[in-house]
Design a protein around this ligand. Structure first.
Ligand code: NAD
Length: 526
């Protein structure tokens, strides 16, 4: 039973060692960390104060020039070594992630693999993405133009509990590669995962001060962090994202905000229903639905609805719940009583408004104190909370739609726009429908893993799902300032005092006209 083994997986000695990685000024009030599998406190970390953030930012700033002075190839080698270390230490990481989050071991493994994919991707592609380039001028021949990408300086990160390794660590790897130092505030529920990753980073050659981990609650720490850093990356709820965005505006700091979603899937009648059921069940209940990309709304073309619904409900009901540290169970625990309360409130509100609970809809305290059954709702009225607000739990609604057009209309009936999925035997049609869905990413005939693992492609949200992208060249350029250097091949481009302004104006207009004519004739080469 997990209840007996939580302490074995993250013992007091390890908690003490990791806790000491957090540097505080003044007293160290303790913030307890609870294991969802048993609801017991496994350890404490410092409840940092604004002064601790200020000091962490100062240390990161002092360390930045030495880190940036290394060659980008050297930093890439460190990232590769980190990927090796994360793989080699995966069992320790999986234990700590599971203890802090209550997720299944397979869900935890996805985090480990993501860090490896991201570290490898930026180690291999980052140096080229950061290389300066020659650019064109609208006045050919007169001006030589080059651009350079410099680190912004100190990059700040505020991260959530649902993927404490993937989000807290992968998100800052491109920032490090670009020569920035980092101040990270992990979620108060999951600090030990970040601290263990920090220990591994230092072991592979990242200087201790280069990444600062500050533990504690968001409310007092957010403002000093945003005020102190040169770029802020936030992943979490839309509500907190708005607060961070306001602070970023106030302090004129660039912000990347990865927020919530209410992700739809559309299943057309010609889809492979076996594959669709398998993928959407997994995609709805992975991480017990506490996943920004997971599905909460499934629209099925009318003629396939009954068959899809029955198969989906049967597959959902057969998911196995478990609080164990092996690869057995399919569905893990919710993170906290607060999160369970949101899930229960949404399901009870749906019931009260006449929705049908096709399966699930109950606590499973026999498995663990915070477990909740994978739940399928039907006949959900549009005014129900679960119809519009993100549940962030194991609850999905299925609904018939007349055709693909109606499916797209329903998919777009939300202020969110993070991710969507389309199922059809005609992949070209699927891609065309994807282009009609207002979302930062759409997977055709997949849940989301193929999209997420396409690390060269940007990922992020539109609307209430956020601003900015992770992954790909976009995921590293946000951690740079671009400097443009131009040098004149001839005299400076200024009017000559001896020439009357009217003649200068005519010359300029004639010159621009000549350039435009030339560009029309020889467009690619000019
Ligand atoms: P949250 O917004 O409550 O907390 C996220 C982080 O913000 C935590 O570290 C928290 O301490 C901090 N925080 C809270 N209030 C703050 C404040 N006033 N100022 C500064 N920091 C503050 O979110 P959560 O409950 O931890 O995470 C769940 C949410 O995250 C869901 O909405 C989910 O969709 C979203 N999410 C989005 C993505 C994405 O990539 N788009 C990924 C994962 C999770």
């Amino acid at each position: 039973m997990a209840a007996e083994s939580v302490g074995d997986r993250l013992d007091e000695t390890t908690c003490d060692r990791l806790r000491n990685r957090v540097t505080t000024v003044g007293s160290r009030e303790a913030l307890p960390v609870t294991a969802p599998y048993t609801n017991e406190v496994v350890g404490t970390v410092p409840r940092c104060r604004p002064a601790d953030i200020d000091a962490a930012v100062d240390r990161a700033r002092s360390a930045q020039s030495a880190w940036a002075a290394r060659s980008v190839e050297n930093r890439a080698t460190v990232l590769k070594r980190f990927a090796d270390s994360v793989l080699a230490n995966r069992e320790r990481l999986l234990d700590v992630i599971q203890v802090e989050t209550g997720k299944t071991r397979l869900d935890a493994l996805a985090e480990v693999l993501d860090v490896v994919l991201t570290a490898d991707y930026y180690a291999e592609n980052g140096p080229e993405q950061l290389a300066g380039s020659r650019r064109g001028s609208r006045l050919p021949g007169l001006t030589r133009v080059e651009t350079h990408h410099d680190p912004v300086g100190v990059a700040g990160f505020v991260e959530p509990w649902n993927y404490p390794l993937t989000l807290a660590i992968s998100d800052f790897l491109p920032a490090l590669l670009a020569g920035n130092t980092v101040v990270l505030k992990p979620a108060e529920e999951t600090p030990f995962t970040a601290l263990l990753a920090h220990e591994l980073l230092v072991e592979v050659g990242v200087p201790e001060e280069t990444v600062q981990v500050v533990t504690g609650e968001g409310e007092p720490l957010g403002e000093p962090l945003v005020a102190g850093v040169d770029q802020i990356t936030f992943t979490g709820s839309t509500e907190t994202g708005r607060a961070i965005g306001s602070l970023a505006g106030k302090h004129l700091v660039d912000a990347s905000l990865e927020l919530g979603g209410k992700n739809p899937a559309i299943v057309l009648a010609d889809a492979d229903l076996d594959a669709a059921v398998r993928a959407l069940v997994w995609g709805s209940y992975a991480n017990a639905g506490q996943l920004c990309l997971s599905f909460e709304r499934i629209y099925v073309e009318q003629s396939a609805y009954a068959e899809f619904r029955d198969r989906f409900v049967e597959a959902t009901a057969s998911r196995s719940l478990g609080a164990t540290f092996d690869f057995g169970p399919n569905v893990g625990s919710l993170i906290s009583e607060a999160q369970r309360s949101v899930v229960e409130t949404h399901v009870e509100d749906a019931r009260a408004r006449g929705a049908t609970v096709l399966t699930g809809g109950e606590r499973r305290e026999d498995v663990g104190p915070l477990f909740y059954e994978p739940t399928v709702l039907a006949d959900l009225p549009a005014e129900a909370t679960a119809a519009t607000e993100e549940t962030f739990g194991p609850v999905v609604t299925i609904e018939p739609v007349a055709d693909a057009t109606a499916g797209v209309r329903q998919a777009n009936a939300t202020d969110y726009g993070l991710h969507a999925s389309v199922w059809t035997a005609d992949r070209e049609r699927g891609r065309s429908l994807a282009r009609q869905i207002r979302a930062g990413s759409v997977s055709v005939n997949d849940a989301f893993a193929g999209m997420w693992a396409s690390t060269d492609a940007p990922m992020g949200g539109v609307g209430d799902s956020g601003i900015g992208r992770r992954h790909g060249p976009e995921g590293i350029s946000k951690f740079t300032e671009t400097q443009t250097v131009t040098s004149q091949r001839g005299p400076p481009l200024v009017p000559i005092d001896a020439v009357p302004a009217g003649i200068v104006a005519r010359g300029a207009i004639l010159g621009i006209g000549a350039v435009r004519r030339l560009k029309r004739r020889f467009p690619p080469w000019l």
